[in-house]
Ligand binder design. Structure first.
Ligand SMILES: [Zn+2]
Ligand SMILES: [Zn+2]
Length: 165
């Protein structure tokens, strides 16, 4: 096997050089969320999510089909109009998969934060709230203003920031 080479990271210089580009915790987890999103199998939108507590990653998720089922990039998306908006119904969302992975492994996500490449939709906001996740940090927007309203009403913190990724 070829040794892993990341084209984006230059490790030819010393530790002092690397330290200059050391990311903040927010940047670090958001970059990882964008990396996770590259595993998405739905061509409409690649979304990634990382659940973090005490600066440690608990689980990750990207949008894709349930295990064992064909993927959008093999058989096409399953588009339906839901709540007046066309969306792909084949996939579980990144945030849902991150929460499901926690359940699968018996990991509590209470009191955690979730880093998302995009603003979560209404269903994801409701699931995030009931999983006990306290805060959402997201980069890109998503056309679901009701999700923002419900989050505000339920006391779920929604923090948007520009990603370095
Ligand atoms: Zn799809
Ligand atoms: Zn969602």
């Amino acid at each position: 096997m070829e040794p892993f080479k990341s084209p984006g990271v230059d490790t030819t210089h010393g530790h002092e050089t690397l330290k200059k580009v050391r990311p903040s915790w927010d940047e670090y987890f958001m970059r990882i969320a964008h990396e996770v999103a590259t595993r998405s199998t739905c061509p409409r939108l690649a979304v990634g999510a990382v659940i973090v507590r005490d600066k440690r990653i608990l689980t990750t998720g990207y949008n894709g089909s349930p295990s064992g089922m064909p993927h959008c990039d093999e058989v096409g998306c399953l588009i339906r109009v839901v709540d007046g908006r066309e969306s792909c119904q084949r996939t579980l969302h990144a945030e849902q998969n991150a929460i499901i992975q926690a359940a699968y492994h018996g990991v509590s996500v209470t009191g955690s934060s979730i880093y998302c490449t995009h603003q979560p939709c209404l269903m994801c906001v409701k699931m995030i709230m009931n999983a006990g996740i306290e805060e959402v940090r997201y980069a890109g927007g998503y056309p679901d203003p009701l999700a923002m309203e419900v989050a505000a009403e339920g006391g779920l913190q929604m923090v948007r920031f520009a990603s370095a990724a």
